[in-house]
Design a protein around this ligand. Structure first.
Ligand code: LLP
Length: 429
C-alpha cells in the first residue's frame, strides 16, 4: 500500500498532482510520502507488539534529514555504518542511545565519535576490529558496548551483490570465531558485551532464510550463556524485500510475526534493522522526457534522470516500474528509458512496455525511496536532484536541487602548492 495513486487519471503524491510538484521544483525530482512512511512503520511495529524490541531504521537506504527526523519522532532507533550517518542522525534529532553502529571498516575517529556520543552498541565484524574498539574505548576511559556480527552461513537467495550472510562474504565472523571473540571480549576491560547481531542480505523475498539464520544464532547464544556470557539483545538485521515488479515478498506483518515467533524463547531485547521495507515504496523519482529516438529497431526514450540519480538498474539490473504521470495514452511502445550520461549502462529500464510518450511528458519511476537518492552521484558533473516530502496537500522541500556552483565546492583551478621534503632538497642544492 502506498500513497502514489491516480485520481481522475492523474498521478498524485497523497493529495498533490506530481505534475504540480515537477513544475514547482523541477526534474529530476525525488518525492516521498509521509503517509506511506508512517504506515510502513506502523505495520511493522504492530507486528512486533508484545515483545521487547527496538526497530533501528537502516539510514543507508534513505538518509535525508527529513526522513530521519520523521522516524526519530515515531520512536525509531537507527542502524548506521559511518560517522557521517551518525552525524545525520544526531542532526535529525535521533537518540544516540538507540543507535546500532554496523559495518566492516570503521576508522578510529568514527569509533571515537560513536563512543563519545554514547551509541547503544558497536557491531564487531573481525578480531582486529574488536581489538581496535577496545583500544579506542580505553583511550577515552570508557567501555565500548559491543555485539559480534555473526555470519550464519545461509543463502538469502537474492542478488549476489546484496547477499551478506554467505560463508565467504566479507561481512561478520563465523560462529566458531564468534565464540572465541566473545571469550576474549568478556575479559577485556575496554569492552562490555551487549548482544549478538546478524544481517544476511537485502531484498529477501522469503521468510525462511531469516528463520534459519535466527535458529543458528540462537544455538550459539545458548552456548554462550552456558559459559556465563550474557547476551542482552539479538539483532536480526534488515533485508526484507519489497515488490518492484512481480516479486511476492512476505507482508511486513507476516515477517514481523514470524520473527517474533522464532524469538519467543529468547529472553532479551530484539533489534531489527529494516531499510528498504520502510522507505522503498514510499518514494518515486519524477523525470521529464527530453527526446525520443530510434537506432535500428531499438526505440529510446531519453529522460532527464540518469544512472547518477538512480543507479539500481545499471548496478544490479534492478527493475523499477515506470509510468506516465498524465493519464496514460492507449497506444503502447516498447522502449529503453535512458538518461543523458555517457555510458551504455545508463538506463532506467530496458525493453519496457510503456504507454506512448513524447518530449515534455513526465514519467514516474516507482519504488525509488530506498537506495535511490542515497546512491546518487555527480558523475558527468550532474547536480543531484531535489527531494520533496509530501504530507497531505503540503510539500516540504527536504533537499534543494544542487547548483553547478555546488559541483565545484572545495575545488581550486590553481591550488596553492605545498612542498614536502623541502629540507632534504635544500641540503642537496
Ligand atoms: N543492516 C545492515 C548491516 C545492512 O548492511 C543493511 C543493508 C541493512 C541493515 C538494511 O537492509 P534492507 O532492509 O534495506 O534490505 N544498494 C542495494 C542494497 C544494499 C543493502 C546493504 N545493506 C540495493 O539498492 O538494492
Amino acid at each position: 500500500m502506498n500513497h502514489f495513486q491516480r485520481k481522475r487519471g492523474v498521478l498524485h503524491a497523497e493529495d498533490i498532482p506530481l505534475e504540480e510538484l515537477a513544475n514547482a521544483y523541477g526534474t529530476p525530482l525525488y518525492v516521498y510520502s509521509t503517509a506511506t512512511l508512517r504506515r510502513h512503520w506502523a505495520v511493522l511495529e504492530g507486528a512486533l507488539r508484545g515483545i521487547p524490541h527496538l526497530t533501528c531504521y537502516a539510514v543507508k537506504a534513505n538518509s535525508n534529514l527529513a526522513v530521519l527526523s520523521l522516524f526519530a519522532r515515531l520512536g525509531a532507533g537507527f542502524d548506521i555504518v559511518s560517522g557521517g550517518e551518525l552525524y545525520r542522525v544526531l542532526k535529525a534529532g535521533g537518540d544516540p542511545r538507540k543507535v546500532v553502529y554496523s559495518g566492516v571498516g570503521k576508522r578510529d575517529d568514527e569509533i571515537g565519535f560513536a563512543l563519545k556520543r554514547g551509541v547503544k552498541v558497536v557491531d564487531i565484524e573481525s578480531a582486529e576490529e574488536l581489538a581496535r574498539v577496545s583500544i579506542v574505548a580505553r583511550r577515552l576511559k570508557r567501555r565500548a558496548p559491543v555485539a559480534l556480527r555473526v555470519n550464519p552461513a545461509v543463502d538469502p537467495k537474492t542478488h549476489p551483490y546484496i547477499s551478506t550472510g554467505l560463508k565467504e562474504s566479507k561481512f561478520g565472523v563465523g560462529a566458531d570465531e564468534a565464540r572465541r571473540l566473545y571469550a576474549l571480549a568478556a575479559k577485556d576491560p575496554g569492552l562490555e558485551i551487549k548482544g549478538v547481531a546478524m544481517h544476511i542480505g537485502s531484498q529477501i523475498t522469503d521468510v525462511s532464510p531469516f528463520l534459519d539464520a535466527i535458529e543458528r544464532v540462537l544455538a550459539m547464544v545458548k552456548d554462550l550463556e552456558a559459559q556465563g556470557i550474557r547476551i542482552g539483545h539479538l539483532d536480526v538485521g534488515g533485508g526484507l524485500g519489497i515488490q518492484y515488479q512481480d516479486e511476492e515478498p512476505p507482508h511486513p506483518d507476516a515477517y514481523g510475526k514470524a520473527v517474533k515467533n522464532a524469538l519467543r524463547r529468547f529472553d532479551g531485547e530484539v533489534l531489527l534493522e529494516p531499510g528498504r521495507v520502510l522507505v522503498g515504496n514510499a518514494g518515486v523519482l519524477v523525470t521529464r522526457v527530453l527526446y525520443r529516438k530510434k537506432n535500428g529497431r531499438r526505440e529510446f526514450v531519453v529522460v532527464d534522470a540518469a544512472m547518477t540519480d538512480l543507479v539500481r538498474p545499471a548496478l544490479y539490473g534492478a527493475h523499477h516500474a515506470i509510468e506516465p504521470v498524465a493519464p496514460p495514452a492507449r497506444e503502447e511502445m516498447v522502449c529503453d528509458v535512458v538518461g543523458p550520461v555517457c555510458e551504455s549502462s545508463d538506463f532506467l529500464a530496458r525493453k519496457e512496455r510503456l504507454p506512448a510518450v513524447q518530449g515534455g511528458d513526465l514519467l514516474c519511476v516507482r519504488s525509488a525511496g530506498a537506495y535511490g537518492f542515497a546512491m546518487s552521484s555527480n558523475y558527468n558533473s550532474r547536480p543531484r536532484a531535489a527531494e520533496v516530502l509530501v504530507d497531505g496537500d503540503t510539500a516540504h522541500l527536504a533537499r534543494e536541487r544542487e547548483t553547478v556552483a555546488d559541483l565545484v565546492r572545495g575545488e581550486m583551478a590553481r591550488p596553492p602548492g605545498r612542498r614536502f621534503g623541502a629540507r632534504k632538497r635544500r641540503e642537496i642544492g
